[in-house]
Write a protein of this length. Structure first.
Length: 429
C-alpha cells in the first residue's frame, strides 16, 4: 500500500526547479552540519548543532515542496487509508507517551516536535514524488551520496589536522557526530546508494563507484562493525535480487562493489587516528571478546534492562528523552537502547511501534514485486532503507536525524512507485 495514491503524469522534458533545489539541499545538508559543528567546536552547543542543522534542512525542503506546488489539504485527501490509520495511531500513542506518561513532559514534548517534523517531511516528500518530483527521485539519493562523499574528504582532512593533539578524544570526533560510530550512518548511506546505482544498467558507473568507495571508506576507517555488517547484508540482498533477473548485471554489480571495497580498504589504512578506529580494530575487537555481552559492547545488558522496563509500561511507554534516566545500564550516557524495536517500545509503547511498523511495512509489501524486479528507482529507495533499518537493530540509526531523513527519502521513493508492471520497464533503461 502506498503513502500517497500515485497520479502518473507524462514525463517532463525539463526537471522541476523545486525538485532540484530539494535535491541540492539534501546534498549540502551533511557538509553544512560538519561546518557548523566546526564553527562551534568546544562550545556546549557543539553536540547539538548538527541535529539542529539537519532539522533546519528538513524544514527548508518542506517549504520548498510547498512553493513547488504541494497542496497540503489535497495531499491529506490523497493519503492512502493505511497511512491515515498509521499516522493517527502514532500521533495518539506518541502524544500520550510524551505528554502524559513521561516523567519530564516538557523535554519529551520538544523531542516530539522534532518527530512531527520528520512525519511532515515524509508526507511532503512522498506527496511530491508521487507527482511533480517523479523525475528527480534518483537525483535525491545521488545527492545524499555525493554529500556523504564530500563529508568523507572533510572528515579525513579534519582528522589529519588533529594528529598532533596528543590528548584529543577520538571517541567523539565532533564533526557532525557525537561518537565516531556515527560515521557508520554516513558511510552506510553512501555505500548502499552507490551499490543500488550500480545495478542500473545505464547509470553513471563512475558516480556509483565513487559513492560506493566513499561509503566503504568511512565504514572501514571508523571501525564500526554494525554498519559494515549492514552494508554486506544489502550487498547480499541486491545480489540475490539480480540472481533471478539478469546474470550479466549481477556479475558487473559484484565486480564493481568488490572493486570499490578493495580501493576503500587501503585508503582507510593510510591514516588511522586511534586504536579504536580502523579495519584492524573492527575485527580485533570481535576476536578479543570473551563473552556475548562483551562482543556486543554491553548491548545484551542494555536490551535486558530495556525489555524489563517495557514490560512495566507496555502500552504507554515512557516518552522520548527518558532513556538515560530510566535504564541503569545506560550509565546516564546512552540516549537509546541500540535497537529500534526496543527504542520505539520504550518511547511510545506497543501502539507506537505498531503504527511505525504499519506505516513502513505496508509500503514494502505493496511494492515487493517491483523491488524484486530490480527496478532502478525501487532499488535506489530500498537499499538505504534496508541498510539503515538493519543497522538500527544493533545501533541508534533510527534515533538520530540524519539517518532518519535518509530512511524517509527512501520510503518516499518506494511509496511513489507505480504498479510493478510499469516500474519493471524502468529497469531496462
Amino acid at each position: 500500500m502506498e503513502l500517497v495514491k500515485g497520479k502518473p503524469e507524462q514525463a517532463q522534458a525539463k526537471l522541476p526547479p523545486s525538485g532540484m533545489i530539494a535535491a541540492g539541499l539534501l546534498m549540502a545538508m551533511l557538509p553544512c552540519a560538519a561546518i557548523m559543528s566546526l564553527a562551534l567546536h568546544g562550545s556546549v552547543l557543539a553536540s547539538a548543532i548538527a541535529s539542529l542543522t539537519f532539522t533546519c534542512f528538513e524544514l527548508a525542503i518542506i517549504v520548498t515542496s510547498v512553493f513547488g506546488g504541494l497542496s497540503i489539504m489535497e495531499g491529506l485527501k490523497e493519503l492512502h487509508p493505511t497511512s491515515k490509520i498509521a499516522g493517527l495511531m502514532w500521533l495518539a500513542a506518541a502524544g500520550y507517551a510524551n505528554l502524559v506518561a513521561s516523567a519530564a513532559p516538557a523535554s519529551s514534548a520538544l523531542l516530539m516536535v522534532i518527530s512531527l517534523i520528520h512525519m511532515l517531511f515524509l508526507f511532503c516528500v512522498s506527496s511530491m514524488m508521487a507527482s511533480r518530483w517523479r523525475d528527480v527521485r534518483i537525483a535525491f539519493v545521488q545527492a545524499l551520496g555525493i554529500g556523504v562523499s564530500v563529508y568523507a574528504v572533510m572528515a579525513f582532512a579534519y582528522a589529519l589536522s588533529l594528529r598532533d593533539i596528543v590528548d584529543y578524544d577520538w571517541t567523539y570526533f565532533e564533526l557532525a557526530t557525537t561518537n565516531v560510530r556515527h560515521l557508520g550512518y554516513y558511510g552506510l548511506t553512501a555505500a548502499t546508494i552507490g551499490m543500488a546505482l550500480q545495478v542500473k544498467a545505464r547509470s553513471n558507473r563512475a558516480t556509483a563507484f565513487t559513492l560506493t568507495t566513499a561509503g566503504y571508506f568511512l565504514l572501514l576507517w571508523s571501525g564500526g562493525r554494525a554498519s559494515f555488517g549492514a552494508a554486506v547484508l544489502v550487498f547480499i540482498l541486491l545480489w540475490a535480487i539480480l540472481t533471478s533477473n539478469n546474470r550479466t548485471r549481477r556479475r558487473t554489480f559484484m565486480a564493481q562493489t568488490i572493486g570499490a571495497v578493495f580501493v576503500a580498504a587501503p585508503l582507510s589504512m593510510i591514516y588511522v587516528p586511534s586504536p579504536s578506529w580502523g579495519l584492524m580494530n573492527m575485527f580485533g575487537r570481535s576476536y578479543a571478546a570473551q563473552d556475548a555481552n562483551q562482543l556486543s559492547n554491553g548491548r545484551f545488558n542494555i536490551w535486558h534492562q530495556t525489555w524489563e522496563a517495557v514490560l512495566q509500561h507496555p502500552w504507554s511507554g515512557y516518552g522520548q528523552g527518558q532513556f538515560r534516566s530510566t535504564i541503569p545500564a545506560a550509565l546516564n550516557t546512552y540516549a537509546q537502547p541500540h535497537n529500534a524495536i526496543l527504542q520505539f517500545l520504550f518511547e511510545w509503547g506497543v501502539f507506537g511501534l505498531t503504527a511505525i511498523a504499519l506505516l513502513g511495512g505496508a509500503v514494502l509489501l505493496r511494492h515487493r514485486r517491483t523491488i524484486q524486479a530490480a527496478g532502478p528507482v525501487a532499488l535506489a529507495g530500498f537499499a538505504p532503507v534496508a541498510g539503515l533499518c538493519a543497522m538500527a537493530m544493533l545501533d541508534g540509526a533510527l534515533h538520530y536525524p540524519y539517518p532518519i531523513i535518509v530512511v524517509v527519502v527512501g520510503f518516499a521513493i518506494l511509496a511513489s512507485l507505480e504498479s510493478p508492471e510499469r516500474d519493471q520497464t524502468a529497469a531496462l533503461n
